[in-house]
Design a protein around this ligand. Structure first.
Ligand code: PGA
Length: 246
């Protein structure tokens, strides 16, 4: 099944109105690569109302709550994100799993909330260094995927996105080798029999314009979830363009 390459920028808790303006000035479309930006929620409408960026970028959020509404101070629901113009939401990023003690079950509830609201969930999964060294990487990834399958069913993966992000590669400057990433991506495809769905699997963890080329060559890597390097519009653009030059 043909899957369009996709690059998702994860700004994390970075950015400003000035950065939104900078993106509007320097970011240019890459013909064959979809580009999505996961912005801090407060900048969603600033970016969404920018006609130029809106002509080739989709915007979304970095997290949603599992409930639709209620007494959850500081939280935003998937339905609200959609109402404010988000087309997708990241769920289960390792920083949230660790810093906010988000369980596999809670992540599955958020994944379902995105589907119910009509926005695309980007499910982040990946093992820690200790788990990789103990040869448990595949077991961890399988457990994280099965919790979604059990809660939402396999059809839930129909139009969703999965981001394999080994925790030891996030923000550390250490990238998985193309072989390590390819091996895990192909196992992910097998675990949930993804070939029947248009589900893209992104790699994430210290991706930048210098190391992205060899990763783009791997058959089961459909694109990237990019943190640090996505804060610079030129770096982000280069990452999308390198795919087109392959
Ligand atoms: P990084 O972050 O590119 O800065 O490693 C990736 C992510 O956490 O999504």
């Amino acid at each position: 099944m043909l899957r369009n390459p996709l690059v998702v920028a994860n700004w994390k808790m970075h950015g400003s109105r000035a950065l939104c303006d900078e993106f509007s000035t320097y970011l240019k479309p890459a013909d064959e690569t979809d580009l999505w930006i996961a912005t801090p929620t407060v900048y969603l409408s600033t970016l969404n109302s920018n006609e130029y960026l809106g002509s080739f970028v989709k915007f979304g959020v970095q997290n949603v709550h599992s409930e639709t509404s209620g007494a959850f101070t500081g939280e935003v629901s998937a339905a609200m994100a959609k109402d404010a113009g988000a087309t997708f939401a990241i769920v289960g990023h390792s920083e949230r799993r660790t810093q906010h003690q988000e369980s596999d079950q809670f992540v599955a509830e958020k994944f379902q909330a995105c589907i119910d609201a009509g926005i695309t969930p980007i499910l982040c999964i990946g093992e820690t260094l200790t788990e990789r060294e103990a040869d448990q990487a595949t077991d961890v990834v399988r457990r994280q995927l099965l919790s979604i399958l059990n809660r939402c069913g396999d059809a839930a993966f129909q139009e969703s996105v999965i981001a394999y992000e080994p925790v030891w590669a996030i923000g550390t400057g250490k990238t998985a080798t193309p072989a390590q990433a390819q091996s895990m991506h192909s196992q992910i495809r097998d675990i949930i029999n993804l070939d029947q769905y248009h589900c893209r699997i992104l790699y994430g963890g210290s991706v930048n314009p210098d190391n992205v080329q060899s990763l783009w060559h791997e058959p089961d890597i459909d694109g990237f979830l990019v943190g640090g390097a996505s804060l610079n519009p030129v770096s982000l653009m280069l990452i999308t363009q390198i795919q087109n030059s392959n």
